[in-house]
Design a protein around this ligand. Structure first.
Ligand code: EAX
Length: 321
């Protein structure tokens, strides 16, 4: 009986495979257009997968501004692929929270270098037992504080501000240490919350503020660059593991191409972003007292050291190419 069943199953698979060589995937990302850093990453992924597999795999791009939902959908297999920030990822893969520590990375070269090194590759491997295949690190960018109330120069100006954070325990702890009132919510809830005054401010990289037109609902931006926000090209195990080893290698190659395209768009948004936001009418403070923010966060850094290991944090801070 068993043998008969499996023979039938093989025959059915063969017939299905022959008639239906096409695999169709969806990749989701959080921003509204292709002309954003996530859009660039998703578009590069689609084009590279289709080209490298000679269109045996076709990819559709879809927006979903709820990052937690995308991760859950990949875990249960209703979404094939996604690019999201690490915002909610620590709730699924706790080890990843270490890269969400404020002022951990000095600049883009440092962050990209660490994530592409063994340290970052080891972190990608931690996703697998949690039901997600992490293919490559890419990025969202250094985050900056915006608000509707006042110009922010130092931590004193942040006291008492209601700030939307991502659903990220590390970020929330940092903002409460600064004396702000962190209010975690999904990205999909952010614009209505700012419009209704549920929160005074939010923080995001220039590329997100521009790509999602947050200048329409916020007046002040300060280049706090208080935390680097990594992003990850991910897949559902159910979609990835059914591929042959050769196709898996092609998809990994496509993910690396996507990761680079997204980082390149962040770099160009960083180069033109301040000017663009001024043009759109925001008051931009480029002269933030960063040292005071680092000082004010000391108690939080001590906690992160105990939680994630001071040696592991130092290994990231002292990393050299
Ligand atoms: O990843 O939720 C956020 O603020 C993220 O930075 C945004 O969705 C892009």
């Amino acid at each position: 009986m068993k043998r008969w069943l499996s023979a039938a199953a093989v025959a059915a698979t063969f017939a299905f495979g022959a008639a239906n060589a096409q695999t169709n995937w969806t990749i989701s990302h959080p921003l509204p257009t292709a002309n954003t850093h996530y859009g660039a990453g998703a578009t590069a992924f689609k084009e590279a997968v289709e080209r490298l597999t000679n269109n045996r795999i076709r990819v559709t791009i879809q927006r979903n501004d709820n990052e937690r939902e995308m991760i859950e959908s990949m875990q249960i297999g209703t979404l094939d692929a996604a690019i999201t920030s690490t915002g909610p990822i620590g709730n699924f893969v706790p080890d990843v929270r270490i890269v969400d520590i404020p002022f951990l990375f000095r600049d883009y070269d440092h962050a990209r270098g660490v994530l592409d090194s063994q340290i970052g590759q080891d972190l990608l491997a931690r996703f697998t037992p949690r039901g997600i295949i992490a293919l490559a690190w890419t990025e969202n960018g250094f985050r900056n504080l915006t608000n509707s109330r006042r110009e922010v120069n130092s931590p004193d100006d942040v006291r008492g501000l209601k700030v939307r954070t991502m659903e990220n325990q590390v970020h929330m702890r940092a903002f409460s240490t600064l004396g702000a009132l962190p209010t975690p919510m999904a990205f999909s809830e952010l614009v209505p919350a700012l419009q209704q005054g549920t929160v005074d401010g939010q923080e995001n990289p220039l590329s997100v503020i521009i790509g999602n037109n947050l200048n329409q609902v916020q007046r002040f931006i300060s280049l706090t660059r208080h935390v680097y926000s990594p992003a990850v090209v991910m897949m559902a195990p159910s979609s990835f593991t059914r591929l042959s080893a050769a196709d898996q290698a092609l998809v990994r190659q496509a993910a690396a191409i996507a990761a680079k395209a997204q980082r390149d768009k962040v770099s160009s948004d960083e180069a033109s972003g301040v000017e663009e936001l001024r043009r759109r009418g925001m008051t931009v403070n480029t002269n933030v007292d960063t040292a005071k923010f680092v000082e004010a966060l000391r108690p939080a850094f001590a906690e992160f050291g105990r939680e994630f290991g001071a040696d592991k944090i130092a290994a990231i801070q002292n990393w050299k190419p």
